[in-house]
Design a protein around this ligand. Structure first.
Ligand code: HBI
Ligand code: FE
Length: 261
């Protein structure tokens, strides 16, 4: 792993799973989590997709304190067969994809520091939990992410992870959805962001393109600022349908083409 990663990887097994050790969170950390949640709560009624809003309403304790993963895994298993596993932070692609391919979503155990309230580069428990986990209660999204995990393992064999990672970035992390209420966010990087959640919907500057599989795979992204380009899906069914084909010939074709912005 890259040495600058923050988490404690010394206790992680080969699958990078650790114990959440919930009792170790301090009351300051729970309070910081609650403040992060409260800020997002003011934004999501206007900017989050309906599936996310529906799911979060079922997780009543989600905003009070840092959640106990096991307590959320129980209803999640019943709903879509997914569960949460605790990890020290970013993990290698093969471990990440293997978890997804087995309906296990890796959630980082640690919480950002107070001075990172507005912005953090590495995913923390707030991003991973609040951004990703609620949508795993949605049957179609849940099935899609399972397929993505299997596709990731295949992309590794085909040396195409970079292209697949762009698809992930512009959908699962920064995706927009057209709804009867207007454009809404379903990407976890948006749902967990204090600034970009309104920006991605309201601001005139970014490009907003209809979802285009090959274009997402060719589009470069920035990890340290708001996106220049967002892709809009019509529904999770559309995302599922358009990502269903075998990517092998697509990768072969696209790897010879220049990247887009
Ligand atoms: N690890 N914990 C964690 N979370 C991620 O989102 C993640 C990861 N490792 C690799 C990875 N994402 C990406 O390389 C893939 O989605 C492409
Ligand atoms: Fe994420």
């Amino acid at each position: 792993m890259k040495p600058q990663l923050r988490g404690d990887y010394s206790r992680a097994g080969a699958d990078y799973v650790v114990a959440q050790d919930w009792a170790r969170y301090t009351s300051e950390e729970h309070a910081l989590y609650r403040r992060l949640f409260e800020r997002q709560s003011k934004l999501v009624p206007r900017y989050a997709c309906p599936e996310w809003i529906e799911a979060i309403s079922r997780l009543e304790s989600a905003g009070r304190e840092i959640p106990r993963f096991e307590e959320v895994s129980r209803p999640l298993r019943a709903a879509t067969g997914w569960e949460i596993v605790a990890v020290p932070g970013l993990i290698p692609d093969d471990a990440f994809f293997t978890h997804l391919a087995n309906r296990r979503f890796p959630v980082t155990v640690w919480l950002r520091r107070p001075e990172e309230f507005d912005y953090i580069v590495e995913p923390d428990v707030f991003h991973d939990f609040l951004g990703h986990v609620p949508l795993l209660f949605d049957r179609v999204y849940a099935d899609h992410l399972h397929e993505y995990g299997k596709g990731g393992l295949k992309a590794m064999r085909l040396d195409a992870v970079k292209m697949l990672a762009r698809l992930y970035w512009f959908t699962i992390e920064f995706g927009l959805m057209r709804t009867p209420l207007g454009i809404r966010a379903y990407g976890a990087g948006l749902l967990s962001s204090g600034g970009e959640l309104a920006y991605c919907v309201d601001d005139a500057r970014p490009r907003r393109r209809p979802f285009d599989l090959e274009r997402t795979m060719r589009t470069e992204y920035q990890i340290d600022r708001y996106q220049d380009t967002y892709f809009i899906i019509d529904s999770f069914e559309q995302l599922m349908r358009e990502t269903a084909p075998d990517f092998t010939p697509i990768y072969e074709r696209l790897r010879k083409l220049p990247a887009l912005r």
